[in-house]
Design a protein around this ligand. Structure first.
Ligand code: ZN
Length: 97
């Protein structure tokens, strides 16, 4: 799932806040590619594919352009995905929080 404009801006500002050490721990360069797509990892069910149940974590990937080292950042923790409204549907007619 692609990040929308608002999520992309939030991602950049949040990364600027929390990402202090940008030197790659594998190749010691500092050249990261930040993907504007959300990925997910899902709960392991012992080799069976179980769709629609179990825990899923939405992730942002940061990939080192030098060596391919890939970091995962939790998109809920970064504030990009609301766990109560994971599809990011905008409700018409005001906020309901
Ligand atoms: Zn690297």
């Amino acid at each position: 799932m692609k990040l929308n404009k608002e999520q992309q801006e939030k991602l950049i500002s949040k990364l600027n806040q929390v990402w202090k050490n940008k030197i790659c721990d594998v190749c010691s360069t500092n050249n990261w590619m930040i993907d504007d797509t959300l990925f997910e990892i899902r709960e392991f069910h012992g080799g069976k594919t179980v769709l629609g149940s179990g825990a899923i974590k939405p992730l942002i990937t940061l990939t080192c352009a030098g060596c391919g080292n890939t970091k995962f950042m939790n998109a809920i923790q970064l504030g990009l995905v609301d766990p109560k409204n994971p599809d990011g549907e905008i409700k018409e007619g005001g906020q309901d929080e």
